[in-house]
Design a protein around this ligand. Structure first.
Ligand code: SRM
Ligand code: SF4
Length: 517
């Protein structure tokens, strides 16, 4: 008898560690870790598996962990924000929070011994950080103004909440999706402006009508990384705007997970994202496998989708779908919040709104349901002097990844440098339109420099015979309707030499004019 043998695959280091012990297994050991302390922990548990709980050991600040939450659709309430503020407040100057480029929040300064308590606090307010890092489905993104957008096609919140529940098993952790070949990004758009950057998600749903029924065309395989940056491709599938979205997401995740080994994705981490499977099988082949897993014929894509607008930034005062209410977008400089500011945001959402807070992939926040009679008082609140509703054009659209203050991959400091350059150039130049500048500290591209008008990727540069912090400069990223990734304009520019170069670029390509010529 001939016995079919499994293909011989050389698992990469991370796959071997996952095969030894699933990342999610550390959930049951957290109390023990908290007791023994991080110094006594197994290195792989500490540096790798804890990320399955959203807990990130930071080699730059050992003992002070980062906690990455999951906030589906970037929607939270004031009570949740207040608890998050309390969590970081206890760490004094070490404690802060960042709004991320996936419409999410990360907390800083966290001590391992406090985690059992913190998890209990979070559970009590319906929050989780489970499976927010490593080879898991990352924060699910959706339209930040879902349910309040006057031009909305579809309110993405309920679908995303349901999908979140299935993927995370109501926040308890789900072994069915804890061992993907690599990370996996999912986004659902409900408006017309591609608020979620569909093109850079492994799986994106964009609104489209078929036979006058609203549903979504499906795109797969978009991602950014050091080695490859690729836009998502259509797979000629349309699903109605109902639970089929969840069923299809699960089918795609299952196909990805189950074929990871046989198709070689688990050999090389640089060739493990979903697009590599699509490359291997071709779009038709991929679609056929997904359809088989879905268990029903999938409808072909609608001829056109409904993404017709430029991407909005939602800052400032906007009319809501609900009569008599406004939503107000606040600019959070490079997404960073102190505990005090978080308490203030919670208070403002309660006093002026209905306690709701929204996050955007531009690392800003929105407070909805501000009744028109309270608007004037709201706009006079001192927090709005820092979290402005109308910042200067370059500061307004600034996005930055974490950089070397906390991230050990970083080749440069990003957030402070990004703010300083934007503010100085805003002082010097008159710019009629916003110019979207994105900074990222290394080629991993967490700050999405390829979607920006001007993007910077941290690198090492040479200056006066010395190695210094530098950037590669990208331009041409288009967002919204007909989104496109930008490409590299210049390589290895020392950060200290950057200002005049960007000043010239803004004058030549973006219509900027010197204020004092
Ligand atoms: Fe990212 C790894 C931060 C969005 C591509 N990312 C990391 C780590 C976890 C590395 C580490 O262990 O230190 C960073 C944590 C630093 C820290 O202390 O904050 C990190 N990524 C971030 C955040 C916080 C950037 C930000 O300031 O907003 C974003 C968190 C999102 C979230 O809430 O889940 C973040 N990362 C992204 C995005 C943007 C997006 O999703 O739209 C990308 C590019 C899109 C994509 O994934 O296709 C991104 N991060 C990466 C990669 C490269 C992935 C690859 O396939 O090679 C890595 C490295 C890796 O996974 O090996 C990485
Ligand atoms: Fe860290 Fe690099 Fe991601 Fe920035 S782009 S957060 S430096 S991994």
């Amino acid at each position: 008898m001939v016995v079919a043998s499994e293909p011989k695959v050389k698992l990469n280091k991370i796959e071997k560690a996952k095969a030894d012990k699933d990342g999610l297994a550390v959930k049951d050991e957290l109390e023990y870790f908290a007791k023994i302390g991080w110094e006594a922990m197994d290195k792989t548990d500490l540096e790798m598996r804890l990320k399955w709980l959203g807990v990130f050991f930071r080699p730059v600040t050992p003992g002070k962990f980062m906690l990455r939450l999951r906030i589906a659709n970037g929607t939270l309430n004031s009570a949740q924000m207040r608890v998050l503020a309390e969590i970081v407040q206890r760490y004094g100057d070490d404690g802060s929070a960042d709004i991320t480029t996936r419409q999410n929040i990360q907390l800083r300064g966290i001590r391992l011994e406090d985690l059992p308590d913190i998890f209990a606090q979070m559970k009590a307010i319906g929050m989780t950080s489970i499976q927010s890092g490593m080879d898991n489905v990352r924060n699910l993104t959706g339209s930040p103004i879902a349910g309040i957008d006057p031009d909305e096609l579809f309110d993405t919140r309920e679908l995303l909440q349901k999908l979140e529940s299935v993927i995370t098993n109501q926040g308890e952790g789900n072994y069915a999706f804890s061992n993907l070949p690599r990370k996996f990004n999912i986004a659902i758009e409900g408006g017309r402006d591609n608020s979620i950057h569909a093109e850079i998600n492994d799986l994106a749903f964009v609104p489209a009508y078929r036979d006058r029924i609203l549903g979504f065309n499906v795109l797969v395989g978009g991602y950014l990384s050091a080695q490859r940056q690729v836009e998502a491709v259509p797979i000629n599938v349309w699903v109605p705007a109902n639970d089929d979205v969840i069923k299809l997401s699960i089918a795609i995740l299952t196909v990805y997970t189950q074929n990871g080994l046989s198709e070689g994705l688990r050999e090389n981490r640089q060739r493990a994202r979903l697009m590599w499977l699509v490359d291997k099988w071709g779009v038709e082949g991929f679609r056929a496998k997904v359809e088989e897993e879905f268990g029903q014929t999938l409808a072909p894509a609608a001829l056109k989708d409904e993404i017709t607008q430029d991407k909005k930034d939602y800052l400032g005062v906007h009319p809501q779908k609900q009569q008599g209410y406004k939503f107000v977008g606040l600019h959070v400089p490079v997404g960073r919040l102190s505990a005090d500011q978080m308490f203030e945001v919670a208070r403002l959402a309660e006093v002026y709104g209905e306690g709701e807070i929204r996050l955007t992939v531009e690392q800003n926040l929105i407070i909805p349901y501000i009744s028109e009679d309270k608007l004037e008082a709201f706009l006079a609140e001192p927090l709005l002097e820092i979290f402005s509703i109308n910042p200067a054009p370059l500061t307004r659209s600034l996005v930055s990844c974490t950089g070397n203050n906390y991230c050990n991959f970083a080749l440069i400091e990003t957030k402070q440098r990004a703010l300083k350059l934007a503010r100085e150039l805003d002082e010097e130049l008159e710019i009629s339109d916003r110019v979207r500048i994105h900074w990222t500290g290394c080629p991993n591209s967490c700050g999405q420099p390829q979607v920006a008008d001007i993007g910077f990727i941290g690198t090492k540069a040479r200056k006066d015979g010395k190695t210094v912090e530098g950037v590669d400069i990208y331009t041409g990223g288009k967002v919204g309707h007909e989104a496109e990734l930008g490409s590299r304009l210049e390589k290895g520019v020392a950060c200290d030499d950057l200002k005049p170069i960007i000043r010239d670029l803004l004058i030549q390509k973006f219509g900027a004019r010197p204020k004092n010529p």
